[in-house]
Design a protein around this ligand. Structure first.
Ligand SMILES: Nc1ncnc2c1ncn2[C@@H]1O[C@H](COP(=O)(O)OP(=O)(O)OP(=O)(O)O)[C@@H](O)[C@H]1O
Length: 229
């Protein structure tokens, strides 16, 4: 579970995130929607402990700055953070060793196969395409078998088949009880979601569960609460 309580992040006098309280529950896919500049990445980076903020953030019951929290969550950033001169296999071993993982090679093999990266195992990160880098970034987040998964715009750079594969992975993780918290713009491709928070100008303007949608679509709700067309 990921929980935010009264989180505010300011840049100078400007509040990029303003008093946000929200939860991403185990076994659910929770999406964070909002127009450009609404504060989505700022929230995700605050949860990942990459930014200072006011308020409280917990991951699996631990303050997000603790080692226990860090061990519990996987983070897939908007732009993959990789080492240019390490191969795919070396990245996987690096994370396996940093997190003291045991059966990570087996898990990595499963995702490498799924993402068709098998013939690139020995390629350097700088030799990978944008989509391949994104896939490697996902593999690295997944080999720790996270209890919570934090995802910032996961589909950028992925081809349609890989987007489907990614949703299949998220679906399986949800079945396994993982709390998935994902920011995205591609509302049209959101087949799998359980709860949504819509953000505008740094504030949560709408929280909705899928079963509450009725005849509306999530896109219609998004436009209604953000004034976007
Ligand atoms: N380092 C920074 N310094 C000053 N302002 C910043 C900084 N980072 C973000 N902001 C501002 O904070 C606000 C929220 O930015 P953020 O990147 O969180 O938005 P977003 O919802 O992720 O947008 P997008 O959909 O375009 O990725 C924006 O107005 C942005 O200009």
């Amino acid at each position: 579970m990921i929980s935010l309580e009264r989180v505010t992040k300011s840049y100078g006098n400007f509040k990029a995130v303003d008093n946000v309280t929200l939860e991403a529950l185990p076994g659910k896919i929770t999406v964070l929607l909002g127009p450009n500049g609404a504060g989505k990445s700022t929230i995700i980076k605050s949860i990942a402990n990459l930014l200072d903020f006011d308020g409280k953030i917990e991951i699996c019951g631990f303050d997000n700055k603790t080692i226990e929290a860090k061990k519990s969550f996987g983070y897939i950033p908007e732009v993959p953070v990789l080492f240019d001169l390490l191969t795919i296999e070396e990245h996987i071993d690096f994370i396996g060793s940093a997190y003291k993982l045991h059966n990570y090679k087996e898990i990595a093999d499963k995702y490498i196969k799924l993402f068709n990266l098998e013939d690139k195992r020995k390629s350097l990160a700088k030799e990978l395409s944008k989509g391949m880098k994104q896939k490697l970034s996902m593999v690295l987040a997944l080999i720790i078998e996270p209890k919570a998964l934090l995802v910032d715009e996961p589909m950028i750079g992925l081809d349609p088949a890989s987007i489907e594969d990614t949703f299949k992975i998220f679906h399986q993780l949800r079945e396994d009880g993982c709390a998935i918290f994902m920011s995205t713009h591609i509302i049209d491709m959101l087949h799998e979601w359980d709860e949504a928070y819509i953000l505008n100008h740094g504030k949560v303007v709408k929280y909705i569960k899928r079963e509450e949608l009725g005849d509306s679509t999530l896109k219609e709700i998004f436009f209604e609460y953000t004034g976007e067309e």
